[in-house]
Design a protein around this ligand. Structure first.
Ligand code: 13P
Length: 253
């Protein structure tokens, strides 16, 4: 059975003092609870190293929001996957729609990042999602299929088993417009079926598919109850420890 995971993506939010307060509140909320799903925190990269200490011996894993696909070298401003691995980062979010939209990341570049991530033993959380126009003109299944084919399905089966997928419809990110449980389940089942076609049904059953896009304390339970929704990638609501833990509780089995 797939174990659920909830990852908080802080994006480019929280200065040092606020980031420290939030992680302390998160640790406090975490203390009294049992049977939790896997939890990940993706703070801005500048805090990762410091948070390693704070999260030592807890059930909360560190997640990077991005990294570059080269081993090392003259790439000013970038960080490598081996650097992430060397400080104990477990996951890296890749292909987020904000990276695609504002930093022109292409499917091909994301494919290189996914490969390098696996090579450096950092588990990729691969994001895919359609725009509002693509949802309205009914091309959304094709859009997701193309993203999966271009960036993931060339991986060997062994490598692919390291991937977690996050379906994040762009129209639902930061808008308060969540996909309905039916819309989420429909797309997650579609993605699982594409994995089955590209690999096999055992692989398809093992891969976790998270939902992201305006997940909050109110809608999380219904979304996470869907058969093919294995947790969430949470933006805005992860910036408040109490809300974030309401979402985490909704993912308890
Ligand atoms: P929101 O939860 O703020 O909509 O963001 C979702 C997201 O992009 C997580 O990666």
């Amino acid at each position: 059975m797939r174990n659920k995971v909830v990852i908080g993506n802080w994006k480019m939010n929280k200065d040092n003092e606020d980031a420290l307060s939030l992680i302390i509140e998160i640790l406090y909320q975490n203390k009294s609870l049992i049977d939790l799903p896997e939890i990940g925190i993706a703070p801005p990269a500048i805090y990762l190293s410091h948070f390693t200490e704070k999260l030592k011996n807890t059930n909360i894993y560190l997640v990077s929001q991005n990294a570059y696909f080269k081993d090392n070298g003259a790439f000013t401003g970038e960080i490598s996957f081996s650097m992430l691995n060397s400080i104990g980062v477990k996951y890296c979010i890749l292909g987020h729609s904000e990276r695609r939209q504002f930093f022109n990341e292409t499917d091909a570049e994301i494919a290189l990042k996914v490969k390098q991530s696996i090579k450096c033993k950092v588990l990729p959380v691969f994001c895919c999602g359609e725009s509002k126009d693509q949802r309205q003109n009914d091309s959304y299944f094709n859009v997701i299929k193309t993203q999966l084919e271009n960036s993931l399905f060339k991986l060997s089966k062994e490598d692919f088993l390291n991937v977690t997928i996050a379906y994040e419809p762009v129209w639902a990110i930061g808008t308060g417009l969540t996909a309905s449980a039916n819309q989420a389940q429909e797309m997650h089942a579609f993605i699982r079926n594409e994995i089955k076609k590209a690999y096999n049904s055992e692989v398809a059953e093992e891969i976790r598919i998270l939902y992201g896009g305006s997940v909050n304390a109110k809608n999380a339970e219904e979304l996470f109850a869907c058969n093919d929704v294995d947790g969430g990638l949470v933006g805005g609501s992860s910036l408040n420890a109490i809300d974030f833990f309401e979402i985490i509780k909704a993912a308890r089995s």
